[in-house]
Design a protein around this ligand. Structure first.
Ligand code: ADP
Ligand code: MG
Ligand code: ZN
Length: 489
């Protein structure tokens, strides 16, 4: 049991700057995904002797955007550092990175991100932001290092520009860790720095310790949801060790998501193992005030401001505004686009949050895939039919489900006669039938108003969900009253 234990979590988040056309130090395309192995390479990103790196200016610009958006202090000098380690994914045997130590410094330090935890605002401090190159990709033909007879290596990703964003250990629960990543991702998306839907665009190392234990680093977790799960597991593991009188050792573990456990991979390297020193191929570049001001002026509206604007401009609750903006920029953009077309912001926001996202999650679609089915055009038709009372709010739920799972137009459903029934005579007849067939439920309903729902449900069943729930409810309560006075107890 791990309830009540004090937990400290610090995250190191690696973000691919997907907005760049080329890699960090060469002119190879940064879009490596789906290409045949080792075709997206050149002497620089293969680390061939004599090849020299040239820094991608746009990468600096993108990093500055992030630094300013996270309220960080930008360095006056851009210094790249060699981080040495010997591994097949790293052809130079060092990674060009940045380092917060003697003779070096990261592009930015400090800053913070605000998250909403249990309806109060919490500040998570940023420790530093680095620019660095991605290593290549190691592929185990059978899927795991232990069982593969040989290893393949693909350098297509080698040299792609990453930002490493490191937090202070201010995060106090797995849920907060997930909220932090969601918030940070939303900021990066609004900045246009990364596309989080791309496979591997955001990778997280999660450091966690509980009171009385050394910290453990869980490497390379692929999604906020998996970060939450990995941390829950790891906290429970550490708590169990301490409870049984053992010691948690400082180590690196990795998250096995199919088995849902963390596995020890190696003892933690120490800083001196990396033999950091400034890269002599890349002389320091001054970061001028003018450049910083230019970037500051180019910053777009960020999530916090957008949430406030949604509350003011569209009169949304804080909850709805928060979910729409943080869940995905595409969703927030779609919301504004739909409202521009057919107003009714309150209805649209509640459909998106309560129905749309529910089915997107249930069917494991991305928000974008969902929006290609529930288009602005279709949304506006739904709003219209709702207003015309062709659809009850209950039937609307069915429509959303079918539009998202079957990609059909609401008009196809409407023309098939799948509209709500509000015909009083017809519904009265159905109610009469239901009363006859369920005498016991009718007696119950007279005494217990909750039992009325059962009768409403029976009417729904007979009309295949099309009876207008409000009218049905009224017809049933009226009939119960009449019934009651005819047969007094
Ligand atoms: P390293 O270079 O060894 O990975 P860093 O100084 O870069 O160490 O810190 C890595 C991360 O570990 C940071 O996000 C930091 O917040 C986090 N961290 C530091 N101390 C603790 C701790 N006691 N428990 C959990 N996380 C911690
Ligand atoms: Mg680290
Ligand atoms: Zn290259």
């Amino acid at each position: 049991m791990s309830e009540g234990v004090k937990v400290k979590i610090g995250l190191e988040i690696h973000v691919q700057i997907t907005s760049l056309k080329t890699k960090l130090f060469c002119s190879c395309p940064s879009d490596y995904r789906g290409k045949p192995p080792n075709t997206n390479v050149c002497p620089v990103c293969l680390g061939l002797p004599g090849a020299l790196p040239v820094v991608n200016k746009q990468a600096i610009h993108e990093a500055l955007k992030v630094a300013l958006a996270l309220n960080s202090q930008v360095s006056k000098l851009l210094v790249f550092t060699r981080k040495h380690y010997f591994y097949p994914d790293l052809p130079k045997n060092y990674q060009i990175s940045q380092y917060d130590g003697v003779g070096s410094l990261p592009i930015a330090k400090g800053g913070y991100v605000k998250i909403e935890s249990n309806s109060s605002i919490k500040v998570v401090r940023i420790r530093r932001i680095n620019i660095e190159e991605d290593p290549g990709r190691i592929i185990y033909p059978t899927g795991s290092m232990a069982t593969s007879p040989y290893t393949l290596i693909d350098y297509n990703r080698s040299g792609v520009a990453l930002l490493e964003i490191v937090t202070e250990p201010d995060i106090e629960s797995p849920r907060e860790a997930r909220m932090f990543i969601d918030k940070l991702t939303s900021i990066l998306e609004h900045l246009g720095v990364t596309n989080p839907d791309l496979e591997g665009a955001i990778r997280v190392d999660a450091n966690v310790s509980i009171e009385g234990a050394e910290r453990v680093e869980i490497k390379n977790i692929g999604s906020p949801k998996e970060v939450e799960k990995a941390l829950l597991y790891e906290i429970a593991r550490q708590a169990a060790i301490i409870k049984s009188g053992g010691r948690v050792s400082r180590e690196t573990r990795h998250w096995d998501k199919t088995r849902g456990i963390t596995i020890s991979s190696r003892a933690k390297e120490l800083e001196e193992d990396y033999r950091y020193f400034p890269d002599p191929d890349l002389p320091p570049i001054p970061i001028t005030e003018e450049l910083i001001e230019k970037v500051r002026k180019s910053l777009p509206e960020l999530p916090d401001d957008r949430i406030s604007r949604f509350m003011k401009e569209y009169k949304l609750s804080r909850y709805l505004a928060h979910v729409i903006v943080i869940r995905s920029k595409a969703l927030a953009d779609a919301f504004e686009n739909i409202v521009r077309k057919c107003n009714n912001a309150d209805i649209i926001a509640s459909i998106l949050v309560n129905e749309f996202l529910r089915w997107v999650d249930e069917l494991d679609l991305t928000v974008e895939e969902g929006l290609r089915r529930l288009t602005a055009d279709r949304m506006c038709k739904l709003v219209k039919y709702l207003k015309e009372k062709k659809l009850s709010s209950k039937l609307l739920k069915d429509y959303i489900k079918r539009i998202i799972s079957e990609n059909i137009d609401p008009d196809d459903l409407i023309t098939k006669g799948y509209t709500s029934i509000m015909d009083l005579d017809y519904l009265s007849k159905v109610v009469e039938e239901v009363f006859k067939e369920n005498p016991k439920a009718v007696e119950d309903a007279k005494r217990n108003p909750k039992a009325i729902n059962y009768l409403v449900g029976q009417v729904m069943k007979k009309t295949k969900g099309r009876a207008d729930p409000q009218i049905t409810y009224e017809l049933i309560t009226r009939r119960l009253r009449e019934n009651g006075s005819q047969h007094p107890k």
